[in-house]
Design a protein around this ligand. Structure first.
Ligand code: DGL
Length: 273
C-alpha cells in the first residue's frame, strides 16, 4: 500500500532503521544537525547481522522495517545501514511514496571529496562489499581510480561486544587492513554503521596521511538538504526520540549508548516482522 503524499507534514517524525545498533551512529549525526526533529529509530536486532545475509532477505527485512515506520507516520525514512542501502534502496523507493535516503550516496560523495590521488579503500560488511555498489560508483566517476574494497565481517561482533577500544580490535584491524599499507591510499570510507566506533584505531593504524571518513555525517547533511528541498523541516523547537527493537531491548539500551553518545530511554521491544 502506498502512503498518501498529502499525509506528509513537516512536524511528523523522521524514521530511521538499521539491523540493530549501528544506525545509532547515523542518528547521532542527525541529532547534531537537526536537533528539533522528532526521531523514531527501528533496530531489527532479531535479524542482525544483515551484512552476512542474502540480497533477497535484506530486501525483505528492509521493506518490512520501512512499512513499520510508515505505520508510525514518519515523513521520511533514513536507511541507516550500508548493507540495506546497498541492496534494498531501489526496492524501497519503488514501494514507498515517502522520501527515502540511504548512506551509500552520501558516503561516496564524501570519499570523492576527500581523495586527491583517487587511490581509495572502502571497508564494509560482506553484503556491502559483494554488492560492488561503491566500485561501480567510483569507477563510473573516475575510471582510473585505484579502488580497494575490504570486507571486515569480524568488526561488527567486536563492536557489538563493546571491544572497540580493546587490543583484539587492533589485531583485527591489522589483519584486514595490512594489504592497504603499501597502496598509497589517501582516503578510506567506513562503509558500515559499526565502524565509526573503530575510527580512532583505524586512523592510528593507517596514519595521518589517510583520511578516514564516517558517512553518517554526510548522510545527516543529505537528509537536511532533502527536508529543505521538500519543505519538510520541522517548525517545532523541541524534540523526542522513540526506539523500537525486535530483540533484547535491555542490550540495546546498554550498548546503544556507545553508538548514540547519550542515554537511551523509551525503547519498546516488538515481535520480529
Ligand atoms: N548496519 C550494518 C551495515 O552498515 C552492519 C551490521 C550488520 O551486519 O547488520 O552494513
Amino acid at each position: 500500500m502506498k502512503t498518501e503524499v498529502n499525509m506528509l507534514t513537516k512536524d511528523l517524525p523522521i524514521g530511521i532503521f538499521d539491523s540493530g545498533l549501528g544506525g545509532l551512529t547515523v542518528m547521532q549525526e542527525i541529532i547534531k544537525l537537526l536537533p528539533n526533529e522528532n526521531l523514531i529509530y527501528f533496530g531489527d536486532s532479531a535479524h542482525l547481522p544483515y551484512g552476512n545475509k542474502s540480497q533477497k532477505n535484506i530486501i525483505r527485512y528492509s521493506l518490512a522495517n520501512a512499512k513499520f515506520l510508515q505505520k508510525q507516520k514518519v515523513k521520511v525514512i533514513v536507511v541507516a545501514c550500508n548493507s540495506a542501502s546497498a541492496y534494498a534502496l531501489d526496492a524501497l523507493k519503488k514501494e514507498l511514496d515517502l522520501p527515502v535516503i540511504g548512506v551509500i550516496a552520501p558516503g561516496f560523495f564524501s570519499l570523492m571529496q576527500a581523495t586527491k590521488n583517487f587511490k581509495v579503500a572502502v571497508l564494509g560488511t560482506r553484503a556491502t562489499i559483494n554488492s560492488n555498489i561503491y566500485q561501480k560508483l567510483i569507477l563510473q566517476k573516475h575510471p582510473k581510480a585505484s579502488f580497494y574494497p575490504i570486507a571486515c565481517p569480524l568488526f561488527v561482533p567486536l563492536v557489538e561486544e563493546g571491544l572497540h577500544k580493546h587490543h583484539l580490535s587492533s589485531l583485527h584491524i591489522h589483519e584486514y587492513l595490512q594489504p592497504l599499507k603499501d597502496k598509497n591510499i589517501d582516503a578510506v570510507l567506513l562503509a558500515c554503521t559499526h565502524y565509526p566506533l573503530l575510527k580512532e584505531l583505524i586512523q592510528n593504524y593507517l596514519g595521518k596521511k589517510v583520511l578516514v571518513i564516517d558517512p553518517a555525517i554526510a548522510t545527516a547533511h543529505a537528509l537536511k538538504e532533502l527536508l529543505e528541498e521538500q519543505k519538510l523541516l520541522t517548525s517545532k523547537k523541541s524534540s523526542s526520540y522513540k526506539f523500537f527493537v525486535t530483540d533484547d531491548a535491555k542490550k540495546f539500551k546498554i550498548l546503544g549508548q556507545n553508538f548514540l553518545g547519550m542515554e537511551i530511554k523509551n525503547v519498546k521491544e516488538i515481535e520480529p516482522l
